[in-house]
Structure formats: structure tokens, C-alpha cells
Design a protein around this ligand. Structure first.
Ligand SMILES: CC(C)[C@H](C(=O)O)[C@@H](O)C(=O)O
Ligand code: SF4
Length: 470
């Protein structure tokens, strides 16, 4: 048998049939839903008199537009009528269609991409979809996971299958461990800086090599989460002892004889020796530095000791125009160093960096320190109620609050401008999220993407600094 990649194996084991137009029908094991991309799907089902094919293979939780303070319906936080209606609609749809829901107030509620793995709903070898591009996150567990559109949400609900086209295989091979103070977020930004935001278009990325094997599950999720920012729909990491240890004992993970059998199957979830990749990108782990974006795309990124490029360094006219526009929007001069750029707000959260390890990393920097008076607002937003509980158990909330941060309730929060947590026009934010396009965190807001420890360091310094020097 020919050697197959992990992606090939996952594809083959879920392909129901190949269709005449070159696409295939894939069986979907887990369907995650949130309030923004599901209403239309449910209302179409209702109109057509259809029921979900397997409601128990779905899980819904509100995340994008939930307030992170005063969350009860009827209190001040929920003053946006559209947001409120979407959350109420999700609750009603889940009730009517018998789809399991972790509602607001449930300790298990949170950002879907934090909740799925945390609950053991996302398991190795599965296909996982959600009406959300950052579904790639779940690929860290050796699952074939990607975002789908609203009409596909309806299709998956009705049939438990998805029409899909196979991507090419790409390997990002990380040789050797990351240096001290350098984390998966830096690696993701480093790779995107090298290959660009379209660099992995049409490919499924498998992150591999000793530098990836050394990463924790949380870190692997951060890495896969940002595959979409490199143009890939899918990010993957092979199953190994780290995956097994993470999954074991989670609420929905298999138990007893099923656990033993599952482990046996999961052992195959890696690319065969000799499997060929259409594209290979090699990174030396030790070459990666803490990274910070300076522009309005994740590829506009430099090491924190680096400087913003000069316009004449652009590869062509198109890039020059993009850089010029980005610099005007960000109000930064070409050629300047990013180090020392003053910031107004700090956001530690999102499906990229709101897991327990991320909060621990930020708290380690903040312990015994205060945020700089120039910082108007610093938010720490755990990715789920259970992450919050764990953090509180470890006293991390107290570290954040003592440093001057606000400790908020779980949701997407300031990752995107869909709830009350926003930047004001012109404000500059050190953010652990994944997107920095114009207006992403609020109209006129300026985003600098970085790791949790770097964001914490920026909060303390009131400016972008290298966490390793703090
Ligand atoms: C709202 C949702 C469809 C969107 C996505 O697909 O990614 C959001 O999560 C984002 O990060 O921009
Ligand atoms: S945290 Fe941000 S990136 Fe993740 S799902 Fe929410 S809005 Fe999208």
C-alpha cells in the first residue's frame, strides 16, 4: 500500500463517496455550533420540515457576542438587541431540535474551539466541522477539522455529511525546540511571516518534527488555530503520547474497553514513513523569536527586536501599496522598530490563546507587577468556564486583578468587534488573538498580535517589549 499522510488517512476513513464533479462526500463525526452562523441553518430546517440526522453528534455554545460582564439576560451587559436575539435564538433552536447546548451560565460554556477539546468531544481520528474558520484548532488532536459556511451547517445538520474537495498536503517541519520565552504563537506568526497569508492556500498543513512533538496540547492547538491565517483550512498534528494524556479522562472521552480499543486505532494517526507532501517548509525551532505584528495582516510580522520594513523592501507594487496603507492605518513609520511602541489596551484571550497554559504564562509575567498607567484597559478572558475555574483554583485571577487587569467571563470578547469589548478609534492593542485587519477589534482600532507572555509584558511596560528582557 502506498504511504499516506495523516490527512490522507483521515480523508479516506471518512469519504462516503466520490462525486462526479470531483468533490467527495465526507462523513462528519462532530458538529460544533455557535450563535452567529447557525440561525439560518436552523430556520431552513424548520421551513423544510427536517430534523438533524444525528443531533447527538452536535454541540452548541454561545461565544461570539456574549458579554463578558453582566451576562444574565436583562442586565446591562446584554444591551445589543441583535446579540441578545442571536443567543436567545440559539437556545430556542437547540431546544426545538434537541441539539445539546452549553448555555450562558453553564460552567462548560465558552469559545467552541476551547470547549470541544476540553470536553473530550473532539477526539483523534474524527472529522470536526463548525461554521467558523478557526475550527482548524481541533486538528491538534489529529482530527480532520475545518470551518464551513452557513449553508453547509444546514447540510451537515440534515445529513451528517459534507461535500468537500480534498486539499494538497503540506508539511511544516520544526526542527528542534523553541527557545526560552518563545511559544507556539511565535512559531505560528513566524511561519506566516515567511510563507504569507496565502502561503498554504489549497493545502492541509501537518505540523511535524521534533519542535512540534515537544509542544503541549494547548500549544499545538494555538499552532493549528492559526493555520487558517496562513491560508490553509486544515492544520494537523499527529497523535502521540501527549495527545493521549490530554484526552484521557475528559467527560466525553471513551472509557474502559472502548478507551483501550480507541487508543489502538489512534496509534495509526500519523503520516507513514515515506509519505510525500506537495510542499515542505522547514523551520529551525531555535531561530524563532517572540514575534509581533506591525500591520493589518498576520503576515506583517517581525521579531520583537526587528523593525518595520521600508517600503522599498516590498517585493512588488501590490505589497508596497498594502504596506503603505497598513502603516497609515496603524499610524507607524516605515523602518521604525516595533519595540517601544506605546499601547492603550491589552487583550489576553481568544480561541488562539485562552487556555489554561496561556493564562499561566501571562500570570507568570504579571505576578508582583502592575500594569503601566498608560494602559487604559487590560482584559483577561478565559476560553471557557472550566478554564476560568481552573485558573481561579490556581489563584491566577488574583494575579491578574492585582496587576490591574479585569478578569472577565468566557467568550470571544475583544478578539472581534461583536460584543461590548472593543477598541475605540485610534486605540492600539497588544492582543493574543489571531486577526489584525482594519477594524477587527473595533472600528479604527489597531491590533498587534503576540503571545500571552508578550501581551502581559506589554501591559507592564505600557509598550511593546521583549518579555525575555523584563
Ligand atoms: C463569526 C465567525 C464566522 C468568524 C470565523 O469564521 O472565523 C469568527 O469566528 C472570526 O474569527 O472571524
Ligand atoms: S475567539 Fe476570535 S477567532 Fe476564535 S472563534 Fe471567537 S471570534 Fe473567531
Amino acid at each position: 500500500m502506498t504511504a499516506r499522510t495523516l490527512y490522507d488517512k483521515l480523508w479516506d476513513s471518512h469519504c462516503v463517496t466520490d462525486l462526479p464533479d470531483g468533490s467527495s462526500l465526507l462523513y462528519i463525526d462532530l458538529h460544533l455550533l455557535h450563535e452567529v452562523t447557525s440561525p439560518q441553518a436552523f430556520s431552513n430546517l424548520r421551513r423544510m420540515g427536517r430534523r438533524p440526522w444525528r443531533a447527538d453528534a452536535a454541540l452548541a455554545t454561545p461565544d461570539h457576542n456574549v458579554p463578558t460582564v453582566l451576562r444574565e439576560l436583562g442586565t446591562g451587559g446584554f444591551d445589543d438587541p441583535i446579540a441578545r436575539r442571536q443567543v436567545e435564538t440559539l437556545e430556542r433552536n437547540c431546544r426545538d431540535f434537541e441539539v445539546p447546548l452549553f448555555p450562558l451560565g453553564d460552567l462548560r460554556q465558552g469559545i467552541v474551539h476551547v470547549v470541544g477539546p476540553e470536553q473530550g468531544l473532539t477526539l483523534p481520528g474524527m472529522t470536526v466541522v463548525c461554521g467558523d474558520s478557526h475550527t482548524a484548532t481541533h486538528g491538534a488532536l489529529a482530527a480532520l477539522a475545518h470551518g464551513i459556511g452557513s449553508s453547509e451547517v444546514e447540510h451537515v445538520l440534515a445529513t451528517q455529511t459534507l461535500r468537500s474537495r480534498k486539499s494538497k498536503n503540506m508539511a511544516v517541519v520544526v526542527d528542534g525546540p523553541l527557545g526560552d520565552g518563545v511559544v507556539a504563537k511565535d512559531l505560528a506568526l513566524h511561519v506566516i511571516g515567511r510563507i504569507g497569508t496565502a502561503g498554504a492556500s489549497g493545502h492541509a498543513i501537518e505540523f511535524r518534527g521534533s519542535g512540534v512533538e515537544a509542544l503541549s496540547m494547548e500549544a499545538r492547538m494555538t499552532l493549528c488555530n492559526m493555520s487558517i491565517e496562513a491560508g490553509a483550512r486544515v492544520g494537523l498534528v499527529a497523535y502521540d503520547a501527549v495527545t493521549q494524556a490530554y484526552v484521557e479522562g475528559r467527560p466525553f472521552a471513551p472509557e474502559g474497553a472502548q478507551w483501550v480499543e480507541a487508543k489502538h486505532h489512534w496509534r495509526e494517526l500519523h503520516s507513514d514513513a515515506g509519505a510525500s507532501f506537495d510542499r515542505v517548509v522547514e523551520v529551525r525551532g531555535g531561530d524563532v523569536a517572540p514575534c509581533v505584528t506591525w500591520g493589518t495582516s498576520p503576515e506583517m510580522v517581525v521579531p520583537v527586536s526587528g523593525r518595520i520594513p521600508h517600503l522599498h523592501e516590498a517585493r512588488d507594487e501590490v505589497q508596497r501599496a498594502d504596506w503603505s496603507r497598513a502603516l497609515a492605518y496603524m499610524d507607524l513609520p516605515a523602518g521604525a522598530s516595533v519595540h517601544g511602541t506605546p499601547i492603550d489596551k491589552v487583550f489576553i484571550g481568544s480561541c488562539t490563546n485562552a487556555r489554561i497554559e496561556d493564562l499561566r504564562a501571562a500570570a507568570r509575567v504579571l505576578r508582583g507587577r502592575r500594569i503601566d498607567p498608560r494602559v487604559k484597559l487590560a482584559l483577561a478572558v478565559p476560553g471557557s468556564g472550566l478554564v476560568a475555574l481552573q485558573a481561579e483554583h490556581e489563584g491566577l485571577d488574583e494575579v491578574f486583578v492585582a496587576a490591574g487587569f479585569e478578569w472577565r467571563a468566557p467568550g470571544c470578547s475583544m478578539c472581534l468587534g461583536m460584543n461590548a469589548d472593543r477598541l475605540q478609534p485610534g486605540e492600539r492593542c497588544a492582543s493574543t488573538s489571531n486577526r489584525n485587519f482594519e477594524g477587527r477589534q473595533g472600528r479604527g482600532g489597531r491590533t498587534h498580535l503576540m503571545s500571552p507572555a508578550m501581551a502581559a509584558a506589554a501591559a507592564v511596560a505600557g509598550a511593546i517589549v521583549d518579555v525575555r528582557e523584563l
